[in-house]
Ligand binder design. Sequence first.
Ligand code: MN
Ligand code: MN
Length: 472
Amino acid sequence: MEEIKEATKKIEEKVKLKGKLVWDKYDESRAKEAFSFAEGYKGFLGDAKTEREAVGEILKSAQGVGFCAPSEGEGNNKRIYRLNKDKNIGLATLGERPIEEGLRIIVSHIDSPRLDLKQNPLYEELDMALLRTHYYGGIKKYQWVAQPLALHGVVVKENGEKVRIRIGEEEGEPVFTICDLLPHLSRKVQEEKKLKEAIEGEKLTILAGHLPYPDQGAKERVKLRILEFLHQHYGLVEEDFLSAELELVPASKARDVGFDRAFVASYGQDDRVCAYASLKAMEEVVAPPYTTVTIFMDKEEIGSEGNTGAKSRFLELFLTDILKAAGKDPGDTLVREILFNSKALSADVTAGIDPNYKDVHEAQNNAKIGYGVCLSKFTGAGGKYYSSDASAEYVGEIRELFNRKDITWQMGELGKVDEGGGGTVAKYLAVHGMDIIDCGTPLLGMHSPFEVASKGDIYETFRAYRVFFEGE
Ligand code: MN
Ligand code: MN
């Protein structure tokens, strides 16, 4: 009887797929590393709440470990960066092997769903100043009312001067908010409606002031007083809003969650968790075998459009910088050849199975919180549409690497087959012919103002990116 049991155990261990909880694999010191990595990450989340701020933080951190603009390095710097309009940035470290053999690229995105001010936002109603917004990316609108919100962004004045605004993050600063309707009166206009219709986009207006301009003969006195305030403090006039990018984000800070502090919760973890993990991996791997590249994209949440999103030609341009730094002539053919020979991770988050909504998931093929970084062979919706489906060969290669380097990882797709779906930047890089697969942290409450991730999964994401760059 004992012998049969032993044999069963052996065969089970040999042939059955079994995920491992990251905490069961960690010894005390690895668990400590994971917790301490989360501390740096929480700081980044607080400092980099918008794509522009993320670029600033990434640049500062990279410069601190020796990354230079190509022009500063006098042609012999092995670590270079290129900025794209303050909203997109690339880092590269020259590798030991010939660059013709291809790059190792990790691409994440640094934009998150939010509320943008409309171009002509300010108005007055019932002696209150309000700001009209147009939401950016996939939000559930009800999550954005009755929340403290902070205002971040830039205003470009007629003379070209750029004014930076960041109000509502520091202790003692005022915040902004969208008032929700009281339950006593919301039965018909909200509660009898579908959830997605209960709060309309046009009703996401920001409460922004109340004091009237003292001259009782003036028109729109509260609005006038706000404009006077903006003029006194920032030198702005109302027309300056037309050439501004002002974004409202949750004013809350990243926090630990749970008695045991095992989770990080914050706005913007999609996709700053992968951005931060790839930045740290990039910084640590100083002498990689293949040339390593990290790209931090903007505009992923609205389809990777625009000149700072993944559909732009930024990567090709950055590659010409890299080739020059490597002492090569950056011809078009060589650029195409290198991109074709490259291997990449599309570093983006996925959904962890939510214990409250297990029904939208298919447990056998969806990511579990605490089971490590998640590879997704494909994304998309409605029959893998709009997906860059990684080849079995490439999945095999990454699987072998992660297993050999003791990375805790899992394979997962986003929800049940016909439940919904979503995409990433992977397909916009795949057009160059490179191998690419989605690889990122599972989240709970993705796209909410307070997304949750396990510190173990965050740390395994970083470790996975590091071994991808270290290669071999
Ligand atoms: Mn994302
Ligand atoms: Mn997203």
